[in-house]
Design a protein around this ligand. Sequence first.
Ligand SMILES: Nc1ncnc2c1ncn2[C@@H]1O[C@H](COP(=O)(O)OP(=O)(O)OP(=O)(O)O)[C@@H](O)[C@H]1O
Length: 237
Amino acid sequence: MSGAALKAEGLEAGYGPLQILFGIDMEVGPGEHVLVFGPNGAGKSTLIKALFGLVAPTAGRVTLDGQEVTGRAPEGMVARGMAYVPQVSNVFASMTVTENLEIGGARLSRARREARIAEMIELFPVLGERRRQAAGTLSGGERQMLALARALIPEPSVLLLDEPSAGVAPKLVAQIFELVSGLRRTGVSVLMIEQNARQALAHVDRGYVLEGGQVRLSDTAHALRENAEIGQLYLGG
Ligand SMILES: Nc1ncnc2c1ncn2[C@@H]1O[C@H](COP(=O)(O)OP(=O)(O)OP(=O)(O)O)[C@@H](O)[C@H]1O
C-alpha cells in the first residue's frame, strides 16, 4: 500500500527508438515538494512528460494517489488531479489574465470557477491588478504566476513544474521559489525541475539527481546541499 501522491516505478520512456529514461523509481509524498535536477539532457523534462502522459512510457508504472495511471493521456491525468506547467508556452499570450484563468477552470461550474479565480487573485495579487492585460505583455515573473495560478484552479493534488524560474529576471527568481514554497498551505504536492538547483533546493523537502536517464542519488534537500560532490557537479561548486 503506497501513501505517495505520485509514484513512478521502473519507469522507462523515450522518443521512438531513442530510449531516454531507464528504470526510474521516485515518489512525491502528500504535500511534499520535490526537486529533480541534473545535467542538460539527463531526461528531466522527459520524466515530467512521461509522468503527465505527454510521452508514453515503454515500461514501468505511474500511480497518482494510489491509482495506476500509466499511459493515460494528459486529459485523463488532469481529471485525476495532476497539473503540469510547461517551461514555455504556458499561457495564452493574446488572451487576458482573466481569460487565461477562466480556461484553467473550464471544467468547473461557473460559481466554482469564479470562486477559484478569486482565491488565485488573493494568492497572487499582481494578477488582480493586471486582470485585463494580455498575458503576452506580462513580465516573466508575472507570466509564471499566471501559469501557476491557471494550473491550480482545478485544485490538483500534484503539480508538475518544468523550470518555473525560466525567463524570470535573476533578482526575482527567489520570489518565484518562495511563491512555490507558499503553495504548501494549499496542500498540493509539487515535483519541480530547475536549472537554478542550488536556490531551488533551499525551498523543497527532497531531491533526485537525474543523470543519463537514471536516478543517481536521492536525499533530503539539506543533505544534497551539503554533499560536496553533488555541489561541484550540479550546483555550481
Ligand atoms: N521530441 C524529442 N525527440 C527526440 N529526442 C528528444 C525529444 N525531446 C528531447 N529529446 C532528447 O532527449 C534527451 C533528454 O532531453 P530532456 O529535455 O528530457 O532533458 P533535460 O534533462 O530536461 O535537459 P535540459 O536540462 O537541457 O532541459 C536529450 O538528448 C534530447 O535531445
